[in-house]
Write a protein that binds this ligand. Structure first.
Ligand SMILES: [Fe+2]
Ligand SMILES: [Fe+2]
Length: 156
């Protein structure tokens, strides 16, 4: 099936998926280079707080209601949001946690890009699309400037 073109109002949120896929790549690269799992996990925790959580929040507050919270695809995505947050912030073994995050975050993003976002953009009214774009712009204008530089563990 050819990919469906993303509507411009959803492009901003869709673009954040590239950052998520990049995180998965960084986990793989760091692991291959023997970087300590705890260090990669620390990076994941910061990424969750600064990027992933705001992304999950906007999906759950303005995007998913377009299909309704009872929609099976929405339920699946929301369960995955909860699980990813538990994996990243949980106390289980760091090596196991980051390898599951790498696998499951990538699968989650693929599911949204290939299926869920297409259903959402087909169902959305023009008014809802305007709201999505407004909400996304608002989040980004309120994100504080980060003064702590990234720990570029994957470049070692
Ligand atoms: Fe999501
Ligand atoms: Fe997403």
């Amino acid at each position: 099936m050819p990919p469906i073109k993303r509507l411009p109002e959803l492009e901003g949120i869709s673009r954040e998926h590239h950052d998520g896929l990049l995180l998965c790549w960084k986990i793989r690269a760091g692991t291959a280079k023997g970087v300590a799992p705890a260090r990669i996990q620390r990076y994941c925790r910061r990424f969750l707080k600064e990027h992933l959580k705001p992304h999950f929040d906007i999906e759950e507050s303005v995007l998913f209601p377009i299909l309704g919270h009872e929609h099976p695809g929405v339920r699946k995505a929301m369960a995955e949001h909860r699980r990813l947050q538990r994996l990243i912030n949980g106390r289980s073994d760091a090596a196991l946690a980051i390898s599951l995050v790498e696998e499951e975050l990538e699968a989650h993003i693929r599911f949204e890009e290939r299926q869920l976002f297409n259903l959402i953009q087909e169902a959305a009214t023009p008014g809802q699309l305007v709201e999505v774009e407004k909400a996304h712009a608002l989040i980004h204008s309120s994100v504080a400037v980060k003064d702590v530089p990234d720990d570029v563990f994957w470049e070692q």
